[in-house]
Design a protein around this ligand. Structure first.
Ligand SMILES: [Zn+2]
Ligand SMILES: [Zn+2]
Length: 602
């Protein structure tokens, strides 16, 4: 089934859902009902009544009754003036508001919180006189279509969720209820998708983050500012050490920069002009205006520019994992997916254009190795500019940077798709999309080619012939942001982190209290075991559960914490000089003198 048909189907279901709601709650007032990814929703105002998920069955039943009647979807037109009369007569104030906007401004374009257009009830056209309606049975709605021809052709659907939503996304507007449904051409596709939703819910990083004690938040500190516990901080450190290790192997050096900079910095870089809403600033007593950094590139350019550079010095490679601050809208904040304090595993290379290829080769290989190790499949997107004004640098710069990226992808024999409008403001990117354990794709690693920032900050090096030239910049983050990466990785692993990474790698569980001395012998081995793969000098993190509780209870608790290795120790083990190693899917006896090498090999 093609996208257009699927769209018509989902959109028709939104009408059928509104019709069913109207039958059950005749006073219902309707907002907008657009098609979204995998389904549809409708914004509904029931006054002081509410729809809850216990009502879904009744609504679905009424929808099925209407579908069985196989009413045709019939289009008609009305003048705006008549349509406003219609909305008044049917007590639909939200529709009336949309229509009067249309009358005054020639558009009713509705935008969501990310400024993405979600629904337009008519073509955008300032001299529009008529609007279209679609009717199915006794239900009629202002709408530009398209719809299926008759209601039996809507495929398989299910209502899944109801949530609060402010009319037109504005907090001072009335709160409505947004009723969500999902729909697919066949029952089989619907069931597959519902299973995926279930699985995603089970793996939700906000839920697991709480259960595994990884991070928390406080209304006092603020929304979008997660706080990491000791366990969560181990995870952050492990991921960061891994991402940095690949670059350290390629000669990147660590640098350190402060969190704030003079506002002037971002006027030069172009961020102030392009994204004023990302920047929050304050002033000092001496009159400097300071901004929280939304990016790290300008700071790094000034380390480069602190001394004269020659072609012999290049490439110069800096890396730093550091936090940037962006004033995201609070409505979008939750868990780690979208935060206001974003920690990037950032790196910047300053090089000549003939070195770009090697720099990219190293970073592409690093990205491939990193994601292979984390068991996520990678695919590549070349992110190019679109026609928007929102970019820095000249057309010629862009054309040659995009060609360079294109050629690199071909030279490395990579398969890719092209994403128009996905570029960074200063240059095109290679974006790596990782597929998680339940088939979802995420844009994570990114390598970016930039001629614009060196130009803006007037960076230079002395070429072999003695002339001054501009270096090229290559920006890269392998994880992207640590917070967002963690949100995805927690869901990817369902909280079962690999042995080397787990906050608590090993828990020793005693069967009785006569094994104390033997446990001490085991801990000596653990203290002397340091993992060298995949990151170096990774000391073991273990605890001992020698409480006077049943072994069953101790195992249940350790399993709930998803600890990769449980070492079970009883008298028999002590006599045989061995331990029982219990893992997620296996259990085996290991001789004490083999324990260290066993753990090294995991
Ligand atoms: Zn419609
Ligand atoms: Zn950068």
């Amino acid at each position: 089934m093609d996208e257009k048909q699927l769209y018509a189907m989902r959109h028709s279901l939104a009408h059928l859902m509104a019709q069913a709601v109207q039958h059950l709650w005749p006073h219902a007032k309707f907002g907008v009902g657009p098609v979204i990814e995998n389904g549809f929703y409708y914004d509904i105002d029931l006054g002081n009544m509410t729809i809850s998920d216990t009502d879904f069955a009744a609504i679905e039943k009424e929808m099925r009754r209407m579908i069985a009647k196989d009413d045709t979807f019939t289009r008609s037109e009305m003048s705006i003036t008549d349509a406003i009369k219609w909305a008044k007569k049917h007590k639909q104030p939200y529709k009336e508001e949309l229509l009067s906007d249309l009358q005054h401004f020639g558009t009713t374009s509705m935008r969501d919180i990310n400024n993405i257009e979600i629904e337009t009830i008519t073509e955008v056209n300032s001299d529009v006189k008529n609007v279209s309606f679609y009717a199915n049975g006794d239900f009629s709605d202002l709408c530009r279509g398209p719809h299926v021809t008759s209601s039996k052709k809507v495929g398989a659907f299910k209502l899944i969720r109801v949530a609060g939503a402010y009319w037109r996304g504005k907090e001072d507007n009335p709160q409505m209820q947004r009723l969500y449904g999902v729909a697919f051409a066949t029952k089989k596709e619907l069931d597959e998708y519902l299973n995926l939703l279930e699985e995603a819910k089970r793996r939700d990083h906000r839920k697991l983050g709480k259960e595994l004690g990884l991070f928390t938040s406080s209304p006092l500190i603020g929304a979008g500012l997660p706080l990491f516990t000791p366990r969560g901080t181990v995870l952050r450190d492990m991921l960061n050490r891994l991402a940095q290790s690949y670059r350290a192997d390629n000669g990147y050096q660590k640098v350190w920069i402060p969190t704030i900079a003079k506002l002037e910095t971002y006027k030069i870089s172009g961020h102030f002009e392009k994204f004023p809403e990302l920047l929050r600033f304050t002033s000092t007593e001496s009159g400097d205006e300071l901004a929280l950094k939304p990016v790290n590139c300008p700071h790094h350019t000034q380390i480069y520019a602190a001394q004269p550079r020659s072609y012999r010095d290049l490439p110069i490679k800096y890396m730093e994992t550091t936090t940037v601050y962006r004033d995201e809208k609070s409505g979008e904040l939750g868990g780690l997916s979208r935060v206001r304090a974003i920690t990037q595993d950032d790196s910047h290379v300053f090089c000549t254009s003939s070195q770009v290829k090697d720099i990219f080769a190293e970073l592409i290989e690093s990205a491939q190795n990193l994601y292979e190790l984390l068991d996520m499949k990678l695919s590549l997107r070349l992110s190019f500019r679109d026609d928007a004004e929102n970019y820095l640098g000249t057309k010629e710069m862009w054309a040659s940077a995009e060609k360079a990226i294109h050629d690199l992808a071909d030279q490395f024999d990579l398969e890719y798709e092209i994403g128009i409008g996905e570029a960074a403001i200063y240059g095109p990117k290679m974006d790596f999309m990782a597929t998680d354990a339940i088939g979802r794709q995420w844009q994570l690693a990114t390598v970016q080619l930039d001629y614009a920032i060196p130009e803006r900050f007037e960076l230079e090096y002395t070429a072999e012939d003695g002339t001054k030239r501009r270096p090229v910049m290559v920006h890269c983050a392998l994880l992207g942001s640590i917070e967002r990466f963690m949100s995805i990785y927690i869901e990817h692993t369902a909280g079962w982190f690999p042995f080397w990474m787990a906050p608590e790698q090993i828990r020793i569980l005693t069967i009785n209290d006569q094994v104390g001395a033997y446990v001490e012998e085991i801990t000596k081995i653990l203290n002397n075991t340091v993992l060298m793969q995949p990151i170096k000098y990774n000391e073991l993190r273990y605890t001992i559960d020698d409480r006077n509780e049943s072994l069953g209870k101790k195992i249940r608790e350790a399993t709930a914490w998803k600890i990769p290795i449980q070492l079970i120790v009883g008298l028999k083990d002590m006599e045989a000089r061995e331990v029982s190693v219990r893992r997620q899917h296996s259990e085996e006896k290991i001789k004490l003198d083999k324990l260290s090498s066993y753990l090294q090999e995991l």
